[in-house]
Design a protein around this ligand. Structure first.
Ligand code: HEM
Length: 252
């Protein structure tokens, strides 16, 4: 039986190595920071019978938290840099909600994903517009978390980097108030992660584009008739090129 062109896919290299490394280092950092952060926020009260110098584990937990925070900042800086030099899917411009076409794509994604309408699915090759905006919002919370964390750290550090953020604490009143915001943002990451992992599995299953494995190997599988330079929502690329040009072997 001839195969429907709808089921003809080609491989597109989407996530370059720096994006994939960023993603998994970032996920690991979030895990370590949230775990150690929760211990710092809720120190378990148990009495140790051993010598005090053997009981420095809480200091070690804080040390791991601070070292991981530096790794997190460096990793995030690499991703921002890659937004300027990486491929079109990694481009920083995708993350900013500036174009009408992006909002049309948000509406299209909502109709299909949330309202479950039987419309044409959105064939986004990178992230879809909803995902890009969500990641942008998360990057803003990353910045807040870095700034608030290092502002608190500046009170006990003579190093120049944490002290760059010392002015932030008075803006929030005092260190305790800032700590409450830092703690709330941690919950934002935890809730984001649950929803995020659910959605990538959902998209992988429903669309069959290989979303999950794309963050490992970099490749997605795209309907052959969709032009990956275009965006589905508006008949044009966000950045000017035309879209939906059927390749010669697939007349529509
Ligand atoms: C451990 C479970 C996780 C899995 C299986 C997972 C999977 C994925 C996948 C498959 C994508 C690509 C989606 C697409 O192509 O549209 C992605 C993107 C992304 N994920 Fe995750 N993720 C996980 C954890 C996290 C965590 C903990 C965070 C941060 C809190 C995170 C933040 C992001 C970001 C920011 C992107 C966009 C990457 C970029 O464009 O630079 N992920 N994730």
């Amino acid at each position: 039986m001839p195969q429907s062109p709808l089921h003809t896919f080609r491989r597109v290299y989407v996530w370059e190595i720096p994006v994939r490394f960023f993603h998994w280092i970032n996920a690991l950092c979030i895990f370590v920071l949230a775990a150690t952060g929760m211990i710092i926020a809720h120190p378990p009260a148990f009495v140790q019978a051993s010598e005090a110098s053997f009981s420095y584990w809480f200091g070690e937990v804080r040390f791991i938290h601070f070292v991981t925070a530096y790794v997190f900042v460096f990793n995030f800086a690499v991703r921002i840099y890659w937004g300027f030099v990486g491929n079109r899917y990694a481009d920083w411009k995708n993350f900013l909600p500036l174009r009408r076409a992006q909002f049309r794509e948000v509406a299209a994604v909502m109709r299909v994903d949330v309202l479950q309408e039987r419309g044409t699915p959105v064939h986004a090759v990178g992230h879809n517009a909803v995902a890009y905006f969500t990641y942008f919002a998360m990057f803003l919370v990353f910045l807040f978390q870095v700034a608030s964390g290092f502002a608190m750290y500046s009170a006990m550090s003579t190093s120049w980097f944490p002290n760059l953020f010392a002015w932030i604490t008075p803006l929030f009143g005092d260190e305790y108030a800032l700590r409450q915001w830092h703690y709330a943002a941690t919950w934002f990451f935890l809730i984001f992660t649950v929803v995020h992992v659910y959605l990538v599995f959902y998209h992988d299953y429903v669309e069959g584009h290989g979303v999950m494995s794309s963050m490992v190997g970099g490749w997605k599988f795209l309907d052959s008739r969709v032009d990956e330079t275009g965006r589905p929502a508006d008949g044009k690329s966000w950045f000017g090129a035309t879209r939906h040009t059927p390749p010669p072997d697939h007349p529509s």
